[in-house]
Design a protein around this ligand. Structure first.
Ligand code: PMV
Length: 311
């Protein structure tokens, strides 16, 4: 085979990983629970080349961001090959929409399968983790977990087809600070980081139960706790990291208003200003109507639970 094309979806953490327990191996310090976003796609073609290079939306990406990943790809597959990758996404990249999760998952799957067509998903998930820990989860569709200190992610045998994710794109601009830097800052300087670690595992296991029970009323407050505790470590870092924009707070308020009127919509955020809102299919139309009239300048995307990567 000369080249291989893979399509993946980003992995949206309902319960966050934030911080590393091993920075060299890029192991997560907290367990995360995520869902794959069907309508967002990254498409990556990898071929053997003279030197390692990655083009994202036709632009050459900085080589150092990919060096460790490519070195590990060679180590895992026992190959000495160099790789060229061309990647496109149907959504803004590096803007807090988990593009690194689908991006590194696609790169890992295409590169590894190019060398070894029989390589296991577990091995590829661990390889993707070297690029971005959340990418370990994007190797699988549906609901996934990446447990703390673990090398690879596991798919969950949970079907919840009524679940919808509304993504409020507050800005398509790239985020000012990478999640990698922000979480290291938090680990090294935030006095709240140890509280975050202390609480995270109990929030994770209660959420897992809630997802298994299709219980949004229990999951929602736990999702909130997870992202707000994560942000508390950013605000108390030195220097602090700010990702939110006024529109982010506006969307959070709108979710609260909807809940007060009896519609269950629960939001979450990642390392960026975008707000992702979870609701059930039956409430989607009313929720979207409300959000669009309250925030006419914000673009909204709707996603279902995504499937496995396509090779
Ligand atoms: O995988 P990274 O290094 O891009 O970090 C992802 C961090 C969060 O998106 C904030 C949380 C998560 O679990 O995806």
């Amino acid at each position: 085979m000369k080249s291989l094309t893979v399509e993946t979806s980003p992995s949206l953490a309902l319960i966050k990983y934030w911080g590393k327990s091993d920075t060299i191996r890029n192991l997560p310090a907290t367990s995360s629970l995520a869902v794959s976003l069907d309508s967002l796609r990254t498409r990556t073609t990898v071929s053997i080349a003279k030197e390692d290079q990655v083009y994202i939306n036709e632009e050459l990406a900085p080589a150092e961001r990919f060096q460790t990943f490519f070195d590990n790809l060679r180590k895992v597959t026992g190959s000495t090959a160099r790789f060229s990758a061309h990647s496109t996404a149907n959504f803004p990249v590096a803007a807090g929409l988990a593009s690194s999760s689908s991006g590194f998952a696609a790169l890992a799957l295409a590169g590894a399968r190019l060398i070894d067509p029989d390589i296991s998903q577990e091995t590829v998930s661990a390889l993707a983790r070297f690029g971005s820990a959340s990418a370990a989860r994007s190797l699988f569709g549906g609901f996934t977990v990446l447990k703390r200190h673990h090398e690879s992610s596991q798919p969950l045998s949970i079907e919840w087809p009524e679940l919808r994710v509304i993504i409020g794109i507050v800005t398509a601009q790239s985020k000012p600070v990478s999640s990698r830097l922000a979480m290291e800052r938090a680990r090294e300087t935030s006095p709240f980081y140890s509280c975050w670690l202390e609480e995270a595992e109990s929030v994770f296991s209660r959420s897992l139960q809630a997802v298994q029970n299709h219980d949004l009323s229990t999951l929602g407050p736990l999702m909130r706790k997870s992202y707000l505790s994560m942000f508390s470590t950013m605000l108390t870092s030195t220097p602090p990291t700010f990702y939110w924009m006024p529109e982010s707070t506006g969307l959070i308020r709108s979710c609260e208003e909807l809940r007060n009127s009896g519609i269950e919509v629960w939001e979450t955020m990642d390392a960026g200003p975008q707000v992702k809102m979870i609701c059930m299919d039956k409430d989607l139309e009313t929720t979207l109507k409300y959000l669009k009239s309250a925030h006419p300048r914000i673009e909204f995307l709707v996603s279902r639970v995504g499937g496995a990567p396509k090779v």
